[in-house]
Design a protein around this ligand. Structure first.
Ligand code: DLZ
Length: 160
């Protein structure tokens, strides 16, 4: 999983059908907001480029990445959303807190998608330091927010 070798914003056009009428919920972590704000910007711009309407993109905030799965669940259980995108940034600290948060968030987000049978995208950076995160939030390694938006679009096109 060498994402540093790949621009995260590159993608193939396979499964990218029309999302004009699709409704997207975005859950954003307020922790490391310099990074998550850039991810959000990338996600919204990409959804609009893909044909989504601004009025169909709703943004909700949670305090930290640990709260993303519950935020995603609040949105996923609401029939009006076709897909949910979770955006967060967890940076390694001196304790094992990082591991617990990353594991819980990844598993939690995965569970919500499986439970509600709709795309719930893991747009969470898990990095050693702030610079690595900035590099992936509009820096030299692209913007994982854009990649998360493309993932949602592709998964909505899965059955087409
Ligand atoms: C507590 C904490 C720490 C130390 N680091 C991060 C982080 O790097 N990224 C992040 O999104 N959230 C962090 N948090 C907050 C937790 O996600 C969570 O909000 C709190 O533990 C309260 O449940």
């Amino acid at each position: 999983m060498a994402s540093n070798l790949k621009n995260l914003s590159e993608y193939s056009e396979r499964n990218t059908g029309s999302v004009f009428d699709k409704k997207f919920g975005i859950v954003v972590s307020e922790w490391n907001d310099e990074v998550t704000g850039a991810l959000l910007e990338g996600a919204i711009e990409t959804l609009k480029e893909q044909g989504a309407q601004k009025k169909n993109i709703k943004v909700h905030y949670v305090p930290g990445s640990f709260e993303l799965p519950l935020g995603a669940q609040f949105l996923a259980q609401n029939k009006k959303f076709d897909a949910v995108i979770c955006l967060g940034c967890v940076i390694q600290g001196e304790t094992r807190h990082f591991d617990f948060i990353c594991d819980a968030v990844a598993q939690g987000i995965c569970n919500v998608g499986l439970k509600y049978n709709k795309p719930v995208v893991f747009g969470v950076l898990t990095t050693d330091n702030l610079q690595q995160a900035l590099d992936r939030a509009g820096g030299k390694h692209g913007n994982k927010g854009e990649a998360a938006a493309i993932t949602a679009v592709k998964m909505l096109g899965f059955n087409n």
